[in-house]
Design a protein around this ligand. Structure first.
Ligand code: ZN
Length: 103
């Protein structure tokens, strides 16, 4: 059985696109073959961080969608965004509790 043909916003193979609230970046899910991506490792779908161009191959749409919402775990630039957010939260916290920096 052939998969349905995906296309969204004029992009062939684009299944799904939204903003990752953690990083503020746009993340997409593509049907690998239809978008011309490598599906040879069973990575039938790809989660893509559009802002940084990082890719994550996944075996199902559901997995790719949840990976897309978690780009802070696999896109190197998103990892930094999440880290910096975390850091500024901790810095802010430490401002309030001087002397307890090693919590
Ligand atoms: Zn990213």
């Amino acid at each position: 059985m052939k998969d349905r043909e995906y296309s969204l916003n004029g992009y062939l193979g684009l299944v799904h696109q939204r903003k990752n609230p953690d990083t503020g970046t746009t993340v997409s899910v593509y049907h690998s073959e239809q978008a011309g991506m490598d599906a040879s490792w069973g990575t039938k779908y790809h989660a893509v961080c559009e802002d940084h161009g990082a890719l994550m191959g996944e075996t199902s749409i559901a997995r790719a969608k949840s990976a897309a919402m978690d780009s802070g775990a696999w896109c190197p630039d998103c990892v930094n965004i999440v880290k910096n957010k975390e850091k500024s939260r901790i810095d802010h916290f430490n401002d309030g509790v001087k002397g307890h920096e090693n919590i």
